[in-house]
Design a protein around this ligand. Structure first.
Ligand code: NAP
Length: 498
């Protein structure tokens, strides 16, 4: 662990230093919410008295854009160009410290390979302010008997695996797609649809992406015949967006179907009210109706992807070697008022064979050591991004802020982070205006006071070496491959330092 040297407190420093003071802010995390916050803070800082250091656990930046956004959604991933430009535009005010792990609560130190460990308290004592932008690095779990069976994975791990996140490389040991014919995906949000699309695409459709090579190899051996995406409620309550469903209906390698009977069952009076005056929902329902009305052209030549409604997982049945072999679902019916309908079990069950199950029922954030955390909502308690502490009568934690999924929960698209980051930025700029944040002399580098950088800390220049190497590897693999991600932390560090 990085040793921390005690220094005069910032407050006493402030008394001594009158001139050339500035506000030095640390951001923990380097996903889209972190970069948008850095952008708005620096762009809106008219006095030019803010400097920002971004701390990232991995050597590589961009969080969910690199490891969450599907590899075939390059139109979304291009936002990384905007983030990278910030380092050109704000050369003297923005720095990147990759491969630095800020300790989480209950984290087992033995399981952390990085030598570059920091605690939030250290950052708070040397920076004017700290912004938590750590996203959601855990899963909502499904409490269903048999859920520990082999072949049952969280969609989050599957997504991180196909996106080449170093911590998820070993997931590959649990996946042998040559032995899988039936996949069940539980949940109907965009993550579920991303997983179905990646599993449904052909090798050639996936080649022109930045998918991890290990995933591309596995997917090329796939023997998958059927992918069932299960919703416990009806089609009107589907959580996905229309673009994702359109894509699913246009794959070269897969048919897409919806049972008309399940659409009819889900159209309760309350569901009709939910559609009324809701343009996006109306358009999705129209598209789902169109797909359900088409003759079912399931075939053995292609994979068959189906959306199933009003089915709730009851139990996973495992074989003698604890591998999942089927799921029992209970048919449900909708009850309750418009906007609040819930799935009630009918007692009628159905069995579905499956050798791979992806549980896609939501992400959740995990607490950072010594930061307040709301365990009911799985977020850091905040008002407009200012963190407050329920343990101390909801007092503000001066100088501590939060942004992104850790602030609002795991909802929204990448662009949702724009308004979210603007809100947290406004809170910080107001606090600076009101002299609530400590100032630091411009010659006094807070990172040096926490003994950084070390040999294995990744700077932005270092990351640019990784970026170039990955693009080159992709082209070597195949001229149309966008990049081949490097999966090993030590290799990433070595390549960064060439
Ligand atoms: P989500 O949109 O919240 O979907 C979660 C799904 O899980 C819902 O269908 C929900 O059904 C279901 N579910 C929850 N608990 C369940 C349970 N106990 N049993 C059965 N089903 C259960 O979450 P997500 O798909 O993880 O996505 C997270 C966020 O990232 C979303 O805002 C999403 O739009 C965004 N995202 C966007 C993109 C994109 O733009 N392409 C890609 C990926 C993710 P109920 O409604 O019945 O609770």
């Amino acid at each position: 662990m990085i040793s921390f040297q005690s220094h005069r407190s910032l407050k006493s420093l402030r008394k001594v230093l009158i001139k050339n003071d500035l506000h030095h802010i640390a951001i923990v995390g380097s996903g889209p919410s972190a970069f948008y916050t850095a952008k708005y803070l620096l762009d809106n800082n008219r006095k030019k008295d803010i400097k920002i250091d971004i701390y990232e656990k991995l050597p590589t930046p961009f969080g969910l854009v690199r490891s969450g956004v599907a590899p075939d959604h390059q139109d979304v991933k291009v936002v990384t160009n905007t983030f990278a430009e910030l380092f050109q535009k704000h050369q003297n005010s923005l720095r990147y410290f990759g491969n630095i792990h800020v300790l989480g609560e209950n984290e087992n130190l033995d399981s952390i390979s990085s030598m570059n460990l920091l605690q939030l308290d250290h950052l708070r004592s040397v920076y004017s302010g700290v912004i938590l932008a750590c996203g959601a690095s855990s899963d909502v779990t499904l409490k269903v008997p048999g859920n520990n069976g082999i072949g049952i994975l969280s969609a989050r791990s599957f997504v991180n695996w196909y996106n080449g996140h170093p911590d998820f490389v070993n997931i590959g040991n649990k996946i042998d797609l040559s032995k899988v014919e039936n996949v069940v995906i539980i949940g109907q949000g965009n993550v579920a649809i991303d997983c179905a699309r990646i599993l449904g695409k052909s090798y050639s459709e996936l080649l022109e992406t930045d998918i991890a090579t290990h995933a591309l190899d596995q997917l090329s051996k796939s023997n998958i015949k059927k992918i069932s995406i299960l919703g416990r409620r009806g089609h009107v309550q589907s959580s996905f967006t229309i673009k994702e469903i359109r894509e699913l209906s246009k794959l070269n390698n897969s048919n897409f179907s919806i049972l008309k009977s399940e659409i009819d069952e889900g159209l309760t009076d309350a569901s009709k009210t939910e559609i009324e005056n809701n343009r996006p929902k109306t358009r999705i329902v129209e598209l789902l109706n169109t797909i359900a009305s088409k003759p079912n052209n399931n075939s053995n030549d292609k994979r068959n992807i189906e959306l199933r409604y009003l089915v709730n997982p009851k139990e996973f049945i495992l074989d003698d070697s604890d591998h999942v072999k089927k799921i029992i679902v209970e048919r449900t019916k909708l009850e309750g008022p418009s906007g609040k309908q819930i799935a009630i079990g009918t007692g009628i069950t159905e069995e579905m064979p499956c050798q791979l199950v992806l549980v896609s029922v939501g992400y959740k954030s995990t607490p950072i050591l010594n930061a307040p955390f709301d365990y009911d909502k799985n977020i850091v308690p905040n008002l407009a991004g200012r963190v407050y502490n329920p343990k101390t009568n909801n007092e503000n934690e001066t100088g501590l802020y939060v942004v992104g999924w850790m602030k609002r929960g795991p909802t929204g698209i990448i662009g949702t982070n724009i308004t979210d980051a603007k809100e947290t930025t406004a809170s910080i700029l107001d606090d600076i205006e009101m002299n609530k944040l400590d100032e630091i002399n411009e010659n006094d580098d807070p990172s040096a006071r926490i003994m950084l950088p070390t040999e294995s800390t990744i700077s932005w220049k270092d990351y640019e070496n990784i970026d170039k190497a990955e693009i080159k590897r992709g082209q070597k693999h195949n001229p149309i491959k966008i990049r081949d991600k490097i999966l090993d932390i030590n290799e990433l560090v070595n390549i960064a330092k060439i």
